[in-house]
Design a protein around this ligand. Sequence first.
Ligand SMILES: Nc1ncnc2c1ncn2[C@@H]1O[C@H](COP(=O)(O)OP(=O)(O)O)[C@@H](O)[C@H]1O
Ligand SMILES: [Mg+2]
Length: 475
Amino acid sequence: MTSSVLLEERPEQGTDRIGLRAFSRLLCDLRRTIGISQEELSGRSGLSVRTIRNLETGRTERPRKRTCELLASALELSGGEAGRLMAAAGWADGVWKPPTLTYPQRPSELPAATSILVGRGHVLAEVRRRLANDLAAPNSGRLLMVTGPPGSGKTAVVLHAAYQLRERFPDGQVFVDLDGSHDVPLVGDVTARLLRALGVDRWPRSAEERAAMLRAVLADRRVLLVVDNVDSEAQIRPLLPCLSGSAVLVASRCKLWALPGGHTIELGALSLQESVLLLARLAGRERTQAEPAAVHSIVRSCEGLPLALHIAGWWIAARPHRKLGDLADRLADENLRMRYLRIGDLSVASSVEAGFRRLPETARHALHRLGSLRGAFDVQEAAHVLEMTTVAAADVVDDLVHWQMVRMTSPTVGGIHRYRLHDSVRLYVSQLLGCEDGRPRDGERPHGPQENSRVQKPAVQQCAAFGETLGRRHF
Ligand SMILES: Nc1ncnc2c1ncn2[C@@H]1O[C@H](COP(=O)(O)OP(=O)(O)O)[C@@H](O)[C@H]1O
Ligand SMILES: [Mg+2]
């Protein structure tokens, strides 16, 4: 399918400049093809060197027809080439018309989704319902966010939903993974990346103009943008005003409260039944049915986290000669668990680590300390471990809930909120081998220190600078 945008119809500066860039680039290419300098072209055409420079750098807003004719003649262009140059400047059939950009592409960029998706039926139904409803009501939001702890299946869910919704977005589906992007993304390189996917190969330099151009390109199309690993509202906001027929489906490690018109779906753990089903699908029903106690123990150790269950299932499937009880025993031992929740390039530790590294420094340090607490804790206990006031501790813990590293336990007892680290997060931070910048030493994955009391000796005590950082920031 081909759609087009008339540059003059778009008020944004960025879109006007696309046409100029096409002309500038063509002029420059034609001159270089015959191997002459700007000065020589000036001599041949009678135009000043400055005029030629301005034309080639896109500084001239609308090249005059006479100028184009002089250039075509000086460059000794054939009829066809001269026509191309005139058209690139907007002059066709002797009348100036805005240059037309064509978008021949209908991107279909969704990566493969996991072949097994257990549970999450209600989540997929909700995504479908909301995006379908939104399309029916032109002024409502087109933004849907899926959030949850590391390894909870955010990417899997948005991809499955995107495949189910493909028909509704006939102009294409674009997938962008912002992991590792330090850009304030959709305003920088990622915008360019989206434009390229949508068939535009020239864009303005300024981030603001690029965003405006992206909105213009999306305005008359129905495209589904799937953006994975979003960390902040700023990464998405530039897209929102334009989503008349398009939609953005986001997977985010934290809740993005400050986006207007968006809806958030939070992913929790899989239920016991779903977890057992997932293990059975991966490891084979006969084996799981033969050792129900081991299956339940594995499910408990994995906390219903799809990533952990997936790894456990593959571990079993890859070892037909082993008992499920072997894995259950290893996972039940917290000192071994993270070591066994790893297979190939997938591991629970690295999934937590990816989220951990994106935390603000103070949150990383606080989480590192809170990793010494086993079980649920209240703000008083957090304040004690963090060595800060309860008011400050309440804010820190709230931030960690926001980043999906800590969860609030339910129900709250006597009106006092209690919290706990997700087990995978607690094991990751409490088993760090070093404490520089809250990262494992030498890129090691955690496995192993002894845990024999409710409050372990914090690994971070080894790091004097750490306490100072916290103290300076919070007292
Ligand atoms: N509901 C599910 N059923 C089966 N496997 C799942 C499910 N959700 C996620 N997975 C698998 O678990 C792993 C982690 O999921 P992923 O979507 O990458 O998590 P996240 O994006 O939240 O970190 C992937 O291998 C994925 O295929
Ligand atoms: Mg993901």
